[in-house]
Design a protein around this ligand. Structure first.
Ligand code: SF4
Length: 487
């Protein structure tokens, strides 16, 4: 079996190979090093180097694979993170050692556990399976960057994960949770800063201007692995979903060797179910179409197989670009797949060009899209393809149907594949209630409320909450006495 391990799996320049064809390698053997901004690249399998190209080191894996790996060495936490070649695993790929090499002077580590793209589930599975190690990784990141506090930003809907974290954070009073609404985008770096710290940074600013570093939750786990186990970064957690023979429910594969192909992962998930539209590497918003032979990297997150595209038979398409959605190449590709004619292109007025990349001035807060929709109408469009956030999509729906424009969202074919409602109107609140505090000022789970029909057909309401010295429980059965228990 062949593993194609890319020399560029991060922001910055490609790394330079330090092995040669014919070399025997083990899991964790250093394959390539950065000469500029970048991160070390390691073999993810035991085997032999078969080829070295401008893009990749190709390793033929041995039939027998061991669980062992070649350990890294380093004198302190930061040098271990650097040696391990860890990069931002949420997709950005910024070298983590560079990010953490900062004196936050008592500021914040903000842990991005938003997992804000639909269908992706590997971050939540990690929290459920490895909460302690994830928390220790956050603790190490705080130590390296001299942060006094850390906040895990997680969507409020993930009740099980939140309660587990609260339980395991008992010994870490400086790490707390901030609950996020279930809208897109919540994982954008400046959106995390805004939601948690209440500071809206301009698109050109880094979180350090708010005395913070934003780090993905899987990256924290890999930091703990580097420091505690001396483990290099050559594995990735991946969600596979969509049009699969085993059903459309997302499946999560933990610790997949980097260089594994998209096709191999799809086979592990049961294989493609009949005809399909495209295979996306990434989430429905920020991913792009790939082939079965594309290898995964340290920044890959999702592999989604979609149903075939509807044929729009040459419809005149206006494209509305969002800074947090598909870029122009992606939207053009989708236009072709819809068999539509690209007629006009507009960008959301909050999408600002920062060094060749679009950044949103205030992610997820719509500035109003009616003007853009009118532009499409005047350009003769009959249909529009939008990549907008939840809030802006809602605004588009306020004007486009009135102008007889058919609306398509870039996520439509993905969400339809798995039976989810298309993104159109905002049905969820943009604000959420935060966790209650106990007398000691520590966060505690929300009280549980339950309303059931009893055997007699009467309503039965119960509510329980964990207090410092016991469980408080109240139950009211329709037409009966009120039961209050304290245990
Ligand atoms: S405001 Fe505009 S650029 Fe920002 S997230 Fe929404 S659609 Fe995208």
């Amino acid at each position: 079996m062949i593993k194609t391990i890319l020399l560029k799996q991060h922001i910055g320049a490609p790394t330079t190979a330090v092995v040669k064809v014919g070399d025997s390698v083990k899991r964790g053997t250093l394959l390539a090093v950065p000469e500029k901004l970048g991160a070390n690249v390691f073999s993810s399998v035991d085997g032999v180097v078969k080829d070295i190209t401008e893009e990749a080191v190709v390793v033929e894996a041995s039939p027998e694979q061991s669980d062992a790996f070649e350990p890294i060495s380093g004198e302190d936490y930061l040098s271990l993170v650097k040696a391990a070649g860890i990069v931002g695993m949420g997709g950005a790929g910024f070298p983590t050692a560079v990010k953490l090499n900062i004196d936050l002077k008592g500021g914040y580590i903000l842990v991005n556990a938003a997992e804000c793209e639909p269908l992706l589930e590997h971050n939540m599975k990690q929290i459920l399976e490895q909460p302690e190690k994830t928390i220790r990784g956050i603790h190490y990141a705080m130590k390296i960057s001299n942060a006094a506090k850390a906040v895990i930003a997680i969507k409020k809907k993930h009740e099980k994960e939140i309660n587990l974290l609260l339980e395991r954070l008992a010994d870490f009073p400086d790490i707390t949770l901030h609950l996020l609404p279930d809208i897109y985008p919540m994982g954008e770096e400046r959106a995390v800063v805004r939601e948690v710290l209440g500071k809206l940074l301009p698109p050109t600013a880094l979180p350090s201007e708010a005395d913070a570093v934003v780090i993905n939750v899987e990256t924290c786990l890999r930091v703990a692995e580097a420091i505690e186990d001396k483990k290099p970064s050559f594995l990735k957690n991946i969600t596979v979903g969509g049009k699969l023979k085993k059903g459309t429910e997302s499946q999560v594969f933990m610790d997949v060797p980097v260089g594994t192909t998209v096709g191999e992962l799809i086979e592990m998930a049961g294989g493609i179910d009949g005809e399909y539209g495209e295979i996306i590497l990434g989430g429905p918003f920020t991913g792009s179409a790939v082939s079965l032979s594309t290898p995964i990297t340290k920044t890959s997150g999702g592999i989604l197989v979609t149903e075939p595209f509807p044929d729009l038979k040459g419809a005149k398409m206006g494209v509305l670009i969002c800074a947090c959605g598909g870029n122009m190449d992606r939207m053009e590709d989708l236009c072709k797949k819809y068999n539509a004619v690209l007629t006009d292109v507009q960008a959301c007025k909050q999408a600002t060009d920062v060094r060749g990349t679009l950044k949103c001035e205030n992610p997820g807060n719509c500035p109003g899209q009616a003007q853009k929709i009118l532009h499409f109408k005047n350009a003769g469009c009959t249909d529009i393809l939008i990549g907008n956030c939840s809030d802006c999509t809602n605004t588009v729906m306020g004007s486009a149907p009135k102008m007889n424009l058919n609306v398509h969202h870039q996520t439509d074919h993905v969400l339809k594949t798995v039976g989810m409602e298309p993104m159109r109107y905002l049905t969820k609140s943009k604000t959420v209630e935060q966790l209650p505090l106990n007398e000691a000022g520590r966060q505690i789970p929300f009280p549980k409320e339950e309303v059931k029909e009893t055997e007699t057909g009467k309503k039965d309401f119960s509510f329980s909450t964990q207090l410092d010295d016991g469980l408080f429980h109240i139950r009211i059965e329709e037409g009966q006495d009120i039961h209050i228990e304290f245990s």
